[in-house]
Design a protein around this ligand. Structure first.
Ligand SMILES: Nc1nc2c(ncn2[C@@H]2O[C@H](COP(=O)(O)OP(=O)(O)OP(=O)(O)O)[C@@H](O)[C@H]2O)c(=O)[nH]1
Ligand SMILES: [Mg+2]
Length: 318
């Protein structure tokens, strides 16, 4: 627990106030993790974490019984996939912070401290996994998803799919979960990166115990498509600017060629002309949408800044 002296010294020096284990609920989504969950819970207790919430997706291998025996609170999820599990979890968390981690033994509870050290300053702290224990195909998939996310959201993250991350509970409870299933991590990061604050720290990554629940290609592609649709929702400026840039180049080239052919050979290519005009219309629509998005984003940012200011004043007064 932090004393008042610690707090005031942190205020004076500007240091981050470390978060103590009792201020965090560890949320573990599980689906048939009987082989691993006992070990995960033992390690967490050894590190001093006692608020542990296991959100189960109706396992039939004894996961729930083991978790209860080890003293964790267990609830059954509603909705589908890991997203449903997290949605359910947020309805039960009562501490100011929530740390999410897989129940498959891949994450070491010793690393949680690294995330807690920065949690008071950021709404979302991601644990960037050491890649040596991630298979090549997975590593490549993670890289493509993270790169696409960075390009479309304007971020510089390194592991947006990591399963260990810390969230401020008040932010977590306001999150929208519209993606079904497994785009959970990118959906959270899309919101915290564009509307709050996000950072990352390096963590270890061990080989999982038990069978994995994700299919590399099906879920990987699903997550990639989710990143694109999330960009439309949370950062439309970049997406529509890119679309207009992409369509304006062929539009101008096609129309220039049609005019050139008309002037030099006297031939009128009506099909190509129509295509050029359609591309030009598409580009101009994208520019219009991007411009409106910029204006709306600016208004949104001002409203958020104003709300934060009011909250800060209220917090200082109390
Ligand atoms: N509640 C719930 N948990 C799930 C569901 N599907 C997977 N999980 C859990 O979510 C966590 C992540 O699933 P994993 O299979 O480990 O997926 P992953 O971490 O991307 O894949 P690996 O690299 O193989 O570990 C694990 O603790 C799973 O047991 C589900 O539908 N409901
Ligand atoms: Mg895992």
């Amino acid at each position: 627990m932090l004393t008042n002296r610690d707090r005031s010294s942190a205020r004076l020096t500007g240091d981050a106030v470390g978060i103590s284990p009792e201020d965090v609920t560890i949320v573990i989504p599980t689906l048939n993790e009987a082989e691993a969950i006992g070990k995960v819970l033992d390690e967490l207790k050894q590190e001093g974490y006692t608020n542990i919430l296991v959100v189960d997706g109706y396992s039939h291998d004894g996961t729930v019984e083991i978790a209860r025996e080890k003293g964790a609170v267990v609830v059954y999820q509603h909705g589908t996939g890991k997203t449903g599990a997290l949605k359910t979890a947020m309805e039960h968390v009562r501490t100011p912070y929530v740390l999410v981690m897989d129940g498959d033994y891949t994450y070491d509870p010793k690393d949680i401290k690294r995330l807690l050290d920065h949690g008071s300053r950021y709404a979302h702290v991601i644990g960037v996994r050491d890649r040596s224990n991630i298979g090549l195909v997975h590593r490549f998939g993670n890289w493509v998803i993270t790169r696409t996310f960075n390009i479309l959201m304007g971020t510089g993250l390194h592991d947006v799919c990591s399963g260990m991350y810390l969230l401020k509970t008040d932010v977590a409870k306001e999150l929208e979960f519209s993606s079904r299933g497994f785009a959970t991590e990118v959906e959270i990061a899309a919101q915290t990166a564009t509307e709050h604050s996000i950072t990352e720290v390096p963590i270890g990554y061990r080989r999982r115990i038990g069978r994995r629940k994700l299919s590399t290609w099906r879920h990987g592609l699903g997550i990639l498509f989710s990143v694109i649709s999330l960009a439309r929702k949370y950062n439309p400026v970049l997406l529509f600017s890119a679309l207009s840039a992409l369509s304006i180049i062929p539009a101008v080239a096609i129309l220039a060629w049609v005019v050139f052919r008309q002037l030099t050979a006297g031939v009128w290519h009506s099909g190509w002309a129509l295509m050029g005009v359609m591309l030009l219309l598409f580009a101009s629509q994208s520019i219009a949408v991007a411009t409106i998005s910029i204006l709306l984003k600016r208004i949104e940012r001002r409203v958020i800044q104003y709300i934060k200011k009011v909250e800060r004043v209220k917090a200082d007064e109390s």
